[in-house]
Design a protein. Sequence first.
Length: 320
Amino acid sequence: MPKGGTVAELGEFGLIRAVTENRRQPPTTLLGPGDDAAVVEAADGRVVASTDVLVEGVHFRLDWSTPEQVGRKAVAVNLADIAAMGAFPTSVLVGLACPAETDAGLVKRITEGMWAEASGAGAGLVGGDVVQADQLVLSITALGDLRGRPPVTRSGARPGDIVAVHGRLGWAAAGLAVLHRGFRSPVTVANAQRYPEPDYAAGPAAAVAGATAMIDVSDGLLADLGHIAEQSEVGIDVRTDLLEVSRRLVDVGTALGADPLHWVLTGGEDHALAAAFPPFADLPEGWRRIGAVTMPDSGLTVDGKPYAGETGWEHWRRPQ
């Protein structure tokens, strides 16, 4: 790929070649980029699919994040959804829209991050499309394999189940607060907003352990547990004494005049996993109990009481 230049100078097909050639694919990719469509192995007979759209200025900012971090985030938010179904990631399709004057090197660096995140999860970038647009937009579709097990949906939780989480909570929200204030440190907190680090194996492990319901925590712990409660027709109670509030988040909260527990309960974009398990299940490694599934008429509560305020992020929600 030539150094410098724009995507218009490189051209659509030159850009596609530049970001796909000489890349290794996993065994599940039977036919990768270069044809009308990819061919992906589906030995299970079923395919788990998820799509997300990331818009510059809404989901990422290039003055906050490196292009590689943007690429990693774009793929990670989709693969986390695959893991939340109890499936293993296999493939990623990429739609990229950008202005004609976009630096071709920028696009290459974004796709470097995509390749790194996908390959680390055992998946391949198998195809996609590039088009001209007024701003940078990334559309990602991820595919996964259940390997013979039923999917873990949001609708299977039962009263008496344990509620547990895997992964960090509140870090991305704290990172967003740090970056909005114009700071770039603590780096570990700021990086949590720049790109999540899901453990993709945690979802299949939960499925094997008998998880009755599961969700990717993208919009906030309470908001996403609310989806499980609604679709399972149960209540859920979260215990704050069981939540991990990192000392680093406490320090950032003190510096910014914010409540770190609020970040943990309502902050999105960490892409941790939350799940319900049978009462006497042995939780897989890395999973920790944070509450319980309660009776349908009990609603979503924190320490037995309704939570005051917004429970997480929702697009187009009108200000109160």
